[in-house]
Design a protein around this ligand. Structure first.
Ligand SMILES: [Zn+2]
Length: 299
């Protein structure tokens, strides 16, 4: 899985920081997560093929998370997208898009299927690549985070089979690297010493939200966690008023649920320098990075 950050800013953009959007690449299929104003330009800047987007996930209907959608959809249509696009969002986004199309007499020439989220933990999307669950968050309007799971088949090596067949470490590594080894004139294959297993990679995208305990049970065993960090903890009052989180709080969530890595983003335009936010989070959860425009994280 490969995650590229298209926007790192909260409601007010600042210079080269833009409203929320990310693109997740799984087996060369693209999934767009939020679509703040100007997402189309960021996709162009980073040479990401917009017509490869299979589904779009919108966390909530504050403008900085979906104002880029209309422009993106009409451009996809002009670029002759023909296959179905799925849009997962809170209710009424379809009404907003349909009204704009009706008034501007715009025809989107590819099918769109809308899937509505609700304020509960549930599976909202599944294809051959990924399964996506919603996580209800704590914001000013109904808002869901998303958990993206990719399952892929692997083999689990069985220690007892290795002992039974009296295989040396060299023979085992040969079997793993080339699929078989010859032992006493017999072929020993990977199937002889392993069983089928499923490995999971998991990414959680959580924005916008106050930190509370309610969603932590859903975000255990993550490979990557994105948690909004709109404010420094010195501005906690503003975070409480606007139902956002501080960098310290995001890191405390990470410390509690122990993902392999934490990304922080959705930064307020009041901070010109983002390093204090990074340091505040790293003091609590060292493996934290800023999720800023153009960075790609593979996991
Ligand atoms: Zn919001």
């Amino acid at each position: 899985m490969k995650l590229t950050i298209l926007g790192s800013s909260s409601a007010t953009p600042y210079l080269d920081r833009h409203p929320s959007s990310q693109v997740l690449n799984v087996n060369d299929q693209l999934y767009l997560i939020d679509c703040g104003e100007g997402t189309l330009f960021r996709l162009n800047n980073f040479r990401i093929k917009k017509n490869k987007i299979k589904a779009i996930f919108i966390s909530h209907l504050h403008g900085d998370h979906y104002y880029g959608l209309m422009g993106l959809l009409t451009t996809m249509s002009m670029h002759e997208k023909s296959d179905e696009l799925i849009i997962v969002s809170p209710p009424r986004l379809k009404d907003i898009i349909d009204l704009q199309c009706e008034i501007s007499k715009t025809v989107i020439r590819f099918p769109i299927r809308y899937i509505e989220t609700s304020m509960e933990y549930s599976e909202v999307y599944k294809d051959s690549n990924i399964t996506v669950h919603t996580v209800p968050l704590c914001h000013k309007i109904d808002t869901c985070g998303f958990i993206f799971d990719k399952n892929f088949p692997t083999k689990r090596i069985l220690k007892e089979k290795i002992e039974e067949l009296k295989l040396s470490p060299h023979e085992v590594s040969q079997i793993i690297s080339q699929g078989f080894s010859v032992k006493d004139g017999q072929n020993v294959t990977i199937e002889c010493i392993s069983e089928d297993n499923v490995t999971k990679k998991t990414y959680a995208y959580l924005t916008d939200t106050r930190v509370d305990d309610s969603y932590q049970i859903y975000i255990q065993n993550l490979d990557l966690l994105y948690h909004e960090s709109t404010f420094l903890h010195a501005d906690i009052k503003r975070a409480e008023e606007t139902k956002h989180s501080t960098a310290k709080e995001a890191a405390e969530v990470a410390k509690a649920v122990a993902p392999k890595k934490l990304l922080i983003g959705h930064f307020s335009a009041r901070y010109i320098d983002l390093m204090p936010l990074l340091h505040e989070a790293q003091n609590i959860f060292p493996n934290t990075e800023l999720a800023i425009e153009g960075l790609t994280f593979e996991f």
